[in-house]
Design a protein around this ligand. Structure first.
Ligand code: WTA
Length: 642
């Protein structure tokens, strides 16, 4: 990647219509945002958000705790819905939905607002109040957005659990945040099959004492067991719910949602985002990065179970009054051209997806793309992992027909909104680089001592100034919050990624340098998978490492030692894979299970994953083994390799 030198400038045509169409304007606003942040953010917050009560201060910063826009009050759902109803947007499509079986629905802003009001009334009728927690475990259907926005309206803190997670994962998350309510569906469609969501919830709920109610959406029509008094059908509750709901004004720092994400221990972290700052970050980036116009049909392919689905399917684009396309299912159902056929059918103009998806499309072959015109597209985006230049060029040529700028957006669950990205009408792009910081973001690449590394040298990526959409803490674990993000160099935010800056100041993110893997754009903690493995009766010890993978970015390779008397076999490998699937979800199933007589450790007993990673990647170990306690283990591992 360091040899990449192709530069793509935005076309005059794109610049002329862009929400921000010149580098000079970007530069001027950027400098203001970092030199006079209070003035800058104060102005933006007034311009981009609708306030019930004006804020009295922009930022109160006592590292690592930030309070943005204190004194101010607003309602996030009102910003995403009600404020558009007084405009020509009232009868414009807010959501165009396509289910995997091909069913479609268009929901206007007025209709969406009404449904959200109804569901807000449902929440209140079930006894939920501001500050309570509700878990959402739904397929990619409009009701997922309705549930999130209704929670926001009432002040209920939602935690969305990705539909691919297992009953165990539901249990852990629900218990960690003590949710009172679970909102789910009978099932969702994925590759022509029903994913039985309600059944998973039923498996989790005997172990979640705080849950009082379950609301069940009928989507797939498969039989489900309804537990009397606890479980209620969505449609029954909605049928009797009033269609108006007066939104209360909430303080700027009112918690909006908790989203669990993998970290370097076995326990997922509950990243907490609050209202005004998060909404400002997602709204502004939607406006400037996606260049949203009222005429756009905008499609972000992320599931609402991830931060990208929160920020760029729901909150950001709806706050901008955009038309959002939502698709329920798999990209290759019924054929590998489903995405392209959706783009043509609905006239999608902006398309935002992940490099792993792009690489899958490349593998499936260009013919699937060439069957479709894709003439409506004008802007492309990428997120979730570094995009390799080859995939970037394919995206640019085959999908964008060399006409659409590509925004490679770097950010995280914790940052809430896009942090480093081209602005498509202003910043020239180069394949593989996420280019320059968004307003207010100060990324620095530092060495162990906190000194900025020279141009093109690698280091750790830090953000050195607070920003409005930053996470506020980890739910119930402020100590971990401080330790995880703010202790590497006190007072600076460490994101866990490695990066370098080139001579133009463009940022090149290399990927995670902590114990987190990025598999198909999904963060998976090695410790989480290890603890799942050791919970299997046959496993004594486990170490999980990542191996570069053409399709997934990284593949999961696990080394396990067995308890005495247990015998290694292919059947046991399969059992272990299934076990991890059950404990976490199929996204965490190891690609490769290897049995070992022992694992390489330091004298203090720490597993040397670095050596295992080398072995999994290159089939050999040449790295520094001086701290290794027992060298014979390496000899044995290498022998197994052969
Ligand atoms: C990686 C997803 C390179 C990175 C929004 C980060 C990226 C992690 C990019 C966050 C990108 C995301 N280029 N790497 N454009 N976007 N990443 O929390 O390692 O699911 O730390 O948020 O994904 O993943 P998360």
């Amino acid at each position: 990647m360091s040899r990449e030198s192709r530069i793509f400038k935005p076309s005059a045509e794109f610049k002329n219509q862009a929400n921000l169409g010149s580098y000079a304007t970007y530069r001027r606003l950027y400098l203001e945002s970092v030199n006079a942040p209070d003035r800058f953010w104060g102005k933006q917050a007034k311009q981009f958000l609708a306030w019930r009560k004006p804020f009295s201060s922009v930022l109160k910063w006592k590292a690592p705790h930030a309070k943005w826009f204190t004194g101010g009050q607003l309602n996030v759902s009102e910003n995403c819905l009600d404020r558009h109803l007084q405009t020509a947007r009232a009868n414009k499509a807010a959501i165009i939905f396509e289910g995997e079986p091909g069913d479609t629905r268009t929901i206007t802003y007025a209709q969406l607002q009404r449904e959200v009001c109804q569901f807000a009334n449902v929440l209140e009728s079930l006894g939920l109040r501001k500050g309570d927690r509700a878990a959402i475990y739904l397929p990619m259907v409009p009701e997922a957005a309705v549930a999130m926005l209704a929670c926001a309206r009432v002040g209920v803190i939602h935690t969305v659990i990705f539909g691919g997670f297992s009953a165990e994962a539901i249990k852990d998350r629900v218990n960690d945040c003590q949710a009172k309510l679970v909102i789910t569906a009978d099932g969702g469609w994925r590759r022509g099959k029903v994913v039985e969501l309600k059944t998973n919830v039923d498996r989790a709920l005997p172990h979640t004492p705080t849950v009082q109610h379950v609301v069940v959406l009928k989507r797939t029509g498969n039989a489900v067991v309804m537990t009397e008094r606890r479980d209620r059908w969505w449609h029954d509750l909605m049928a009797s719910a009033p269609i108006t709901h007066k939104a209360k004004a909430h303080d700027s720092e009112t918690p909006l949602f908790i989203l669990y994400t993998s970290g370097s221990t076995g326990k997922p972290k509950g990243v907490l985002h609050t209202s005004a700052g998060y909404l400002l970050g997602t709204t502004m980036t939607s406006h400037y990065v996606f260049d949203l116009k009222d005429t756009d049909v905008y499609w972000c392919t992320a599931d609402i179970g991830w931060i990208t689905g929160h920020s760029y399917v729901v909150y950001g684009p709806l706050s901008c009054g955009a038309t959002v396309l939502m698709y329920e299912g798999a990209p290759n159902q019924p054929e590998p051209d489903r995405f392209w056929s959706i783009i043509d059918k609905h006239g999608v103009t902006i398309f935002y997806t992940a490099p792993t998806a792009i690489r899958a499309f490349m593998r499936w072959g260009d013919d699937y793309v060439k069957k479709h015109s894709l003439a409506s597209l004008r802007l492309l985006g990428s997120v979730g992992e570094p995009i390799n230049p080859e995939a970037w060029m394919w995206y640019h040529t085959l999908i964008g027909k060399k006409r659409c700028p590509i925004v490679d957006t770097w950010w995280q669950t914790e940052t809430g909104a896009i942090m480093v990205t081209p602005l498509p009408g202003a910043i020239p792009t180069t394949p593989g680089s996420c280019t320059l910081p968004f307003f207010g973001v100060v990324p620095k690449v530092l060495d162990e001592k906190g000194v900025e590394v020279p141009v093109n040298s690698g280091g750790k990526l830090f953000l050195t100034q607070p920003w409005p959409s930053m996470l506020r803490t980890l739910w119930n674990d402020d100590d971990r919050f401080k330790k995880q993000y703010w202790s590497e160099i006190p007072g600076l935010y460490f994101c866990g990624d490695g990066a370098r800056k080139d001579k133009n100041g463009y940022l090149w993110v290399v990927g995670r340098i902590d114990d987190v893997l990025n598999v198909s754009g999904h963060r998976i903690g090695t410790a989480e998978v290890e603890s799942a493995l050791v919970s299997h009766p046959s496993v004594a010890e486990a170490a999980v490492v990542g191996r570069p993978d053409d399709l997934k970015g990284q593949a999961l390779v696990v080394f396990v030692t067995l308890k005495s008397g247990m015998v290694a076999s292919d059947a046991l490998k399969e059992q272990l894979r299934a076990h991890v699937g059950k404990e976490i979800g199929s996204l965490a199933k190891p690609d490769d299970v290897r049995f070992a007589a022992g694992l390489p450790k330091t004298r203090s007993g720490k597993i040397m994953r670095r050596l295992l990673k080398e072995l999994a990647t290159s089939g050999d170990i040449k790295g520094d083994t001086t701290t290794l306690e027992d060298f014979s283990i390496i000899t044995a591992l290498k022998a197994d390799e052969e």
